[in-house]
Write a protein of this length. Sequence first.
Length: 247
Amino acid sequence: MDDGLNLLNIILLAIAVGVFLKLRSVLGRRTGHERPPYDPYSGDAAGNDKVVTLPKRHRDGTPGEADGAARGIDAAGDPFAEALSPNRWRGIAEPGTPLAASLDAIAANDRYFDAEAFLSGARAAYEMIVTAYAAGDRETLKPLLNDEVYRGFDDALSAREKDGLTVEQSFIGIEKAALKGATLDGSRARLTIAFRSTLTSCTKNADSVVIEGDPVTVREVTDIWTFERDLKNRDPNWKLVATGASD
């Protein structure tokens, strides 16, 4: 009986050893020279044309430089997917309108043009110009205006100073800024915006007596301003070239 059990154990052991050797020959063994597991964010797909290289990511998890294609941006930074969309000016200009067509023309000549960014910058410029004009701050005004508009502002400030007048103003904020017109003449782009703002303002004479306006009454003001930029110029800044009031 014991001899039979010993023989059975030997047979089972032999079968186990044979299975182990067979598995080893198929799966192989680690030698220290194996390829590491594929990392989809490593960007290393050399020699494998069936692997799509995924973008590297920064440590904070934000997309890296190679993420452009996934967002529809080519190597030069041109948002071509957005440019082909009929709703690219959503919230700014209705598709099919002359305003949208003019914005398309400007964007075709300046691939970095962003209407929303322009409006944001124009709002900031509007507040700076209105505030600087009230304070007689020519240094702030000069780089924001073209030569003709600056001369008009400068003349008005000089006349005010000659008469000993001062303006006290508190700019409360811009309630709305809407793009009303756009033109492209050669390389010169012009964008017209209607600003609706609120402020308090009064003019005092040399004796500090209010002769115009009210220092406490909030007024609503609507201005129509036009900004211009030469798209061939490397300077990305737009300058105020015309001012007017709403009818």
